[in-house]
Design a protein around this ligand. Sequence first.
Ligand code: 3HC
Ligand code: NAI
Length: 706
Amino acid sequence: MTPEVSADVVTQELRGRILVVTIDNPPVNALGANVRYELQLAIEAAETNAAVDAVLLLGAGRNFIAGADIREFGKAPLPPSLPDVCNQIEACGKPVVAAIRGAALGGGLEIALAAHYRIALADAKLGLPEVALGLLPGAGGTQRAPHLLGAKAALDLMLSGRHLGAKEAHAIGLIDRIGEGDDVLTEGLAYTRALLTARAPARRTRDANGLADHVASRAAIDVARAETSKKSRGLFAPLRIVDAVRAALESPFDEGLRHERQLFLQCLDSPQRAGLVHAFFAEREVLKAPETRDAKPRAIASVGVVGGGTMGAGIAVAVLDAGLPVTMIERDDAALARGRAHVEKVYEALIAKGRMTPETRAAVLARFSGSTSYDALGAADLVIEAVFEDMAVKQAVFAELDRVCKPGAVLATNTSYLDIDEIAASISRPADVVGLHFFSPANVMKLLEVVVPAQVSADVVATAFELAKKLRKVPVRAGVCDGFIGNRVLAVYRAAADHMMEDGASPYQIDRVLREFGFPMGPFQVSDLAGGDIGWATRKRRAATRDPKARYVQIADRICERGWFGQKTGRGYYLYPDGARSGVPDPEVEAIIDAERERAGIAPRAFTDDEIIRRYMAAMINEGANVVHEGIALRPLDVDVTFLYGYGFPRHRGGPMKYADSIGLAKVLADIREFAKEDPIFWKPSPLIVELVEQGETLASLNQSA
Ligand code: 3HC
Ligand code: NAI
């Protein structure tokens, strides 16, 4: 059977006695059904054509092949299968050479492994990153890689999913030669001709002797299994990869291939694969905000940062790391010295860990300058304000920026909650004002919420996305509201956790359950890490405007009143004896919780682990849906990416909106309605969820509509 569409995605051209077979399937030559089909035809043609002595496989454009077509996963498979194509290439009676530039990843590298010889240009990126998609290499990679490289190197490649450069690939024997020039056809032809001259045979990877030392291979597999069980925290694919390599060692080759296929299909069916593939596409989709399509970014060659506290210093480091010069403004010399010291401390830590040399630090810090005068920002292309979270202070700073900055400079605020429309409206150039909400530590955390106020011009938003790219951050477009996407949703599920704590669950149970769900930390550990004083200050600020009918749990206030702000004070929800980084449960905190339950007249009840997840997730999903409904997030996937990159949401679950679809929106709605019987003010079903459930639709159905 042939695929319905055939689109000339593989071309054949005879160069002398070499058949050049080029995969030309933009953007990245993924191995869709057409490509597989036409590749098969090309190999058949080479076998039968007496004028052909050898085959040269190439990718058109910048890459060899980026792998299987990820968009096909979960759909009915079309023949030929990729494993069959690989077997056919390997079985070809004439030498097949793969010439690689750019990406040879996943199924792309498996094609190259099935070929008989491999040459790569210096820019090549080779890897088996399937594990990042919840898969294992399913076209012979788990078998051919160990036979070629040995069990240890093959396991490292597949379990880490990392990309190797040409040099490393050559050193471990993954490729035979590094091409000196930059034209892949020329290099490939020269190598193939040399092989023909030397009468090199069709050499099959399955016959390589990487697994010859049975004892060492067995030991490498045992070590990998032990480490993977410890590290992979509930992930499905990694241990299947180890199983597949064991099959490579212990079974005849074709049986190993069959075993790999079974394991691959198990991975393909797993919800983790669906979650991870969703994350892969979602993090690419967020880049396509309307403004990035419609407007050209302004040039950014220098950046100003106002405020040298936790965030200002972290932002300065992020910008310096991207190779840009930074000017920091502080209130006085002492504060500026502290700001500079915060920046220097980050680099000192890198030197201490051996990740940076003193010379590199000196070169980076040469791009850093500080001043107590706003006039130093006259030439900056973009300024990021990170001063105290106070409207009057921020407006005073923006008045100064309005006075000194050159026309066209982008003026950004890192505010967590304040109304950016109000900040923008207070100066003469509101079209230049945008929110750039970084997460702490700003030089580490990947998320950047790009907050889009009403009057901002499209090219300023496009500039923010461009800056994110330079800083290697993941930008998510958000509208103006209290807390934007992330912190707004956080406030709600955090309250749900507080309610459960007051109703009878211990903070330690809640944290444990959420760690088991896949978060790196539970919400109370996060409070202790961030510092309880920050949330306390916010609560005090909002006390006057809080709905007096809404439930308010005071446990956190009682803890903060004692000066227990978490790790930095040695205790918070947990005790941190002798500056320990991981805490131990504190009986005094449990006593405070008991007292608060009594004060509030609550008879504590037990919560099952499952109920904790259901309530926590229902709160997160419901507010996430509200954020989409109000247009604060463009699509559900923007909420997902926010939580994956800013809040430690387990990637294999795809994000809260994807998770909602995976358990069923109707079930989430039923939960919310059940919880609403106890507290109808807190648990109000999002109109979007109600509407989608009525229509029998998923949140994912809204992901196309930006
Ligand atoms: N299948 C389908 N689409 C793919 C794809 C793939 N394997 N790889 C990339 N794309 C798409 C992207 O979604 C994007 O589409 P868009 O323009 O519509 O958003 C476009 O190609 C360009 O991708 P990037 O924006 O990521 O381009 P970059 O130049 O930054 O990166 C890359 C290129 C390094 C190849 C990167 O895209 C990548 O890492 N791709 C995935 C590689 C991978 O995981 N391969 C394994 C697949 S699983 C497999 O092969 C199973 C097999 O063992 C059976
Ligand atoms: P911080 O208190 O550590 O630092 C604020 C700095 O601003 C201080 O060094 C102060 O001297 C300086 N400053 C105050 N007024 C100034 C002025 N007029 N001119 C120049 N400098 C001035 O505060 P932090 O935590 O860095 O927060 C800064 C902003 O970032 C706030 O708006 C906060 O809401 C936001 N934010 C904070 C996050 C966090 O986790 N701490 C995360 C994301 C955003």
